[in-house]
Design a binder for this molecule. Structure first.
Ligand code: SF4
Ligand code: SF4
Length: 423
């Protein structure tokens, strides 16, 4: 059931300031980089923004004065759910912009207005095969053959490495899973995988607005993880992280901790359990995945020019969590000895990669996703770095797709690839 009604107050109180479309000038040197909402930057038409969708919700909830227009639906499904609008609004009025957009997707789903066919196919894939690509389960673990990994269907371990749906089925991304295994083995971590019994985290169905499929898959996963008796579930995908951490508590009671692998690696390095034996001579820049940063757990606000970062009181009140995962990847890069050059839009000001939550934007609006990724690659190259580092398979994938259609000189890697080279 959609909870759109819950956000009536927010829609009513939106003052149409457009803050959700731009990064405030105190953060950004160049006008060129002040855009923050991909759909707004591409279309320059009001409904293509957090503000425009809040306006629509306002009209819909007050006497049903508007109906879904083709442009509203185009904006709604192109929206990557990057959460930048929400973070920008939190510095201003603290409205629940992203929650409102997500509930609008659920409402549109209930009203039979969407999602596009390509996204519907993702939901069918989850129902039929446990993954949004409708790929055979037998193909899931080809990457893990010949590797030393415990099978948690047969034996116990302290940690479950949840690989996620994107990495195993993309030959170019399988390296990420192999590198995670290499790192955890080198650090002597007691871990295992579920192999062909792993099913999608439910992010694709959630972002598509299908609450029924999401509830079923989330409850099933929580039960499976609890039964394994693991102390931690470790992921290498930002979307799985956002789903497990931010959404699962509504569907069950997890008896385990959720960590993104960069958090675990950072801990292992600091505890001297993972030794960096080789320094890497590279100039890199780091892309903060939305679901690991500003959408990871909490929403951050700025207390003023001389203030400090903190959680807004309402965010605490609604248990929106803590800070995003900004420091661990940077701390790891520091340990690797690389030169890190930040992009203008970094951390909570980061420009989205364009893939959209669980690749929903990429599957339905490929050109738009490539354009969004291209904007980021352009910004990354402007730093003078030779390598763009990220730690989400969806980001890595769409950046590599954008490179196929335009020429960029920068190479794209997952952080675990660099760690694996240095240990
Ligand atoms: S920043 Fe917030 S208040 Fe301003 S237009 Fe956007 S949603 Fe409305
Ligand atoms: S979630 Fe991202 S793409 Fe969607 S309206 Fe907000 S800023 Fe724009």
């Amino acid at each position: 059931m959609s909870n759109l009604e819950k956000y009536k107050w927010d829609a009513y109180n939106c003052i149409r300031c457009s803050y959700c479309k731009w990064v405030d000038g105190i953060w950004i040197q160049s006008q060129r980089r002040s855009k923050i909402c991909p759909i707004s930057a591409k279309h320059y038409f009001d409904v293509y923004s957090g503000q425009g969708m809040m306006d629509f919700v306002y009209g819909k909830l007050y006497d049903n004065q508007v109906d879904y227009s083709p442009r509203l639906l185009d904006a709604l499904y192109k929206c990557t759910l990057c959460g930048a609008c929400d973070t920008m609004c939190k510095r201003n009025l603290d409205l629940e912009v992203i929650e409102t957009i997500e509930e609008l997707k659920a409402q549109a789903y209930e009203d039979g207005k969407g999602p596009p066919e390509e996204i519907k196919a993702q939901i069918e894939g989850i129902k039929n095969q446990g993954n949004p690509w409708n790929k055979s389960r037998a193909e899931w673990d080809t990457w893990s053959k010949d590797l030393k990994i415990k099978d948690l269907n047969k034996e116990k371990a302290d940690i479950l490495y949840f690989v996620g749906c994107k990495t195993p089925y993309e030959p170019e991304l399988q390296k990420v899973a192999k590198d995670v295994v290499n790192i955890l083995n080198k650090a002597g971590v007691d871990f295992g995988i579920l192999g062909q019994n792993e099913v999608c985290c439910g992010q694709p169905s959630y972002r598509a607005g299908d609450r029924e499929v999401t509830a079923k898959i989330a409850a099933q996963n929580i039960e499976t993880f609890n039964k394994l008796g693991v102390s931690k579930v470790v992921v290498s995908c930002a979307d799985c992280y956002g789903m497990f951490k931010g959404r699962y508590p509504a569907y069950g009671k997890p008896n385990y901790e959720i960590l993104h692998v960069v958090e675990l690696i950072d801990q292992l390095i600091k505890e001297n359990k993972l030794k960096i034996t080789k320094k890497l001579d590279m100039k890199v820049t780091y892309h903060d995945p939305c679901f690991l940063g500003r959408r990871g757990e909490g929403y951050i606000f700025w207390e003023g020019t001389h203030g400090k970062w903190g959680l807004h009181e309402p965010a605490k009140q609604f248990n929106k969590g803590t800070y995003g995962i900004y420091e661990p990847p940077r701390s790891i890069l520091n340990s690797l000895g690389v030169e890190l050059i930040e992009m203008e839009r970094a951390r909570e000001n980061a420009w989205c990669c364009g893939a959209g939550a669980a690749g929903g934007t990429e599957v339905a609006f490929k050109d738009f996703a490539n354009w969004t990724a291209g904007e980021r690659l352009d910004e990354a190259e402007a730093t003078g770095a030779d390598t763009l580092v990220t730690c989400c398979p969806f980001c890595e994938y769409i950046f590599k797709e954008a490179v196929k259609t335009n020429s960029y000189r920068i190479q794209i890697v997952d952080l675990v690839e660099l760690v694996s080279q240095a240990i």
